[in-house]
Write a protein that binds this ligand. Structure first.
Ligand code: NAD
Length: 487
């Protein structure tokens, strides 16, 4: 049994009002490593009150000072880097190099928005009465932002909300996933306690208890959620009558398309990374693979060979390539998708089973003879599976990519400019990677189309999300205007 981790409200440790705790385990060993407070509505009330209390001073803190505080959080995080990476690995599971990248990327987000936040709060536009009037388009913080975060990249996806929300002058109540609350709490307690009390708060608990209470709270005017489509629909249905500003980053079912001209050996290398990083638990994992019919067998055999060399194990073991899934119910879903595909005629070339060891592991799995109507090609699997389908023409492949209701990202392997341009112009997704999958660039927006939710994080768009807009018409004189009554 590890440590008890209370919540963090107004820079103080706070146990849940109900006194309950949620156990957290290491997904690679299934051993309990700690407990987090099971918060609910009274705890959200307390955190929201702290955030409201801090909002006015924070709004009027100079942007330059806010930037310095964010840079200080980066410096503190670097001093805690190894401890954060280790806890992140124990709680979340993916291999240590991927966790190091996660923390580094999260810090890049803090640095980027620290600087972007200095740059402007709207614009002055030409007035209808240029001698006597000024028209100002102002960007101002909403007040309190609720940030609801999933477990697959708990610090990174938090940073994409926290950094721009703070840089924009909002205070924040964070609701991490109950599966990765320990590392979230540790990061915020160790690296953000130099912020004024109430500016950054963490309420832990389940989505149904703490999450919904945050969405329902009248003082929390923005809900920024990264999570599944189902959670997004539920949150939207609660928030809509309250006219809250919603920022939804939801699920994906990304396609990986090998064009007819593509170099196959390098496409196979890219596919293995794109489908299996974080054991496939990435919103932009390649979950559907489309290859030309004539090379389907060659690609499938090569990727099966590559995948069978990958080493499963604890993320802290330096020899490990692929970690566990986050929990039993997530592993069950992967098994259900594979079993359904096999029952409907798919063939497993490698994997397709739970290995005989502790931990929520599932063998990296390559399948062929899959149809687009199989569950594994329709629902988000969020696991280490590579289902490979064959196509006859690139237009057919694009149509099949677009037939899916989600639209987060897509990968194309090609060197043919005409194919590439046609692909990126016609696929209905928010991010297109040509040849090098799943790269991030903080200066550009990330998000999805269609059922993925349409929010955008990163880039200037990611700051804009946390700024409300106001148009001020300012006349410098008190004199009556000739166009007023009487006509
Ligand atoms: P999830 O939807 O189960 O949970 C996400 C967060 O929402 C958690 O903190 C959870 O406690 C909370 N939550 C759940 N129900 C809630 C409710 N009714 N009200 C308020 N909050 C609630 O998702 P998950 O399993 O943690 O993460 C995986 C999902 O996230 C996948 O669907 C994945 O595609 C998606 N995701 C999307 C992106 C993106 O950028 N689009 C990035 C990463 C993950």
């Amino acid at each position: 049994m590890g440590a008890d981790c209370p919540m963090w409200i107004a820079n103080e440790h706070v146990a849940a009002a109900g006194g309950d705790w949620i156990e957290v385990d290491d997904p690679a060993t299934q051993e309990v490593i700690g407990r987090v407070a099971a918060g609910g509505a009274p705890d959200v009330d307390r955190a929201a009150a702290a955030a409201v209390g801090a909002a006015d001073d924070w709004r009027y803190t100079a942007a330059n000072d806010r930037a310095e505080l964010l840079h200080e959080a980066v410096a503190r995080s670097l001093a805690e880097f190894d401890q954060l990476v280790e806890l992140l690995t124990r709680e979340q599971g993916k291999p240590r190099p991927e966790q190091e990248e996660e923390v580094e990327w999260a810090l890049t987000s803090l640095r980027y928005y620290a600087e972007l936040g200095r740059n402007g709060l709207g614009r002055v536009i030409p007035s209808g009465e240029p001698r006597t009037q000024l028209n100002l388009v102002l960007k101002e913080p909403y007040g309190v932002v609720g940030a609801i975060v999933p477990w697959n990249y708990p610090l990174l996806l938090l940073s994409w909300k926290l950094a721009p929300a703070l840089a924009a002058g909002n205070t924040v109540v964070i609701k991490p996933s109950e599966l990765t609350s320990m590392v979230t709490l540790e990061w915020i307690k160790r690296c953000f306690d130099h912020f004024p009390p109430g500016v950054v708060n963490v309420v832990t608990g389940t989505g149904l208890d703490a999450g919904e209470a945050l969405v329902r709270h009248p003082d929390v005017r923005v809900i920024a959620l990264t999570g599944s489509v189902e959670t997004g629909q539920r949150v939207a249905s609660i928030a809509a009558p309250m006219m809250k500003h919603l920022h939804l980053e939801l699920g994906g079912k990304d396609a990986f398309v090998v064009a007819p001209d593509a170099d196959l050996p390098s496409a196979v290398e890219a596919l293995a990374y794109s489908a299996l990083i974080n054991a496939g638990q990435v919103c932009t994992s390649s979950e559907r693979v489309y290859v030309p019919a004539g090379v389907r067998d060659e690609v499938a055999e090569a990727i099966a060979s590559k995948v069978s060399d990958l080493r499963l194990g604890h993320g802290l073991d330096a020899e490990v390539d692929v970690g566990p899934l986050i929990g039993e119910r997530y592993r069950d879903k992967v098994a259900r998708h594979v079993d359904d595909a096999v029952a409907r005629g798919a063939r497993v070339l490698v994997g397709g089973a739970r290995p005989d060891r502790r931990g929520y592991f599932y063998e990296p799995t390559v399948l062929v003879d899959v149809d687009d109507d199989m569950t594994i090609m329709q629902e988000e699997t969020f696991g280490p599976t590579i289902p490979i389908a064959a196509y006859d023409t690139i237009d057919e492949a694009i149509a099949r990519v677009n037939a899916h209701p989600m639209g987060l990202g897509a990968v194309l392997r090609s060197d043919d400019p005409a194919t590439i341009k046609h692909f990126y112009e016609t696929v209905k997704v928010g991010t297109v990677w040509i040849n090098d999958p799943l790269t991030d660039n903080y200066a550009g927006p990330f998000g999805g189309m269609k059922m993925t939710g349409g929010g955008r994080e990163l880039g200037p768009e990611g700051l804009e999300t946390f700024l409300d807009t106001k148009h001020v018409h300012w006349d410098f004189s008190q004199e009556a205007k000739e166009w007023w009554y009487p006509y």
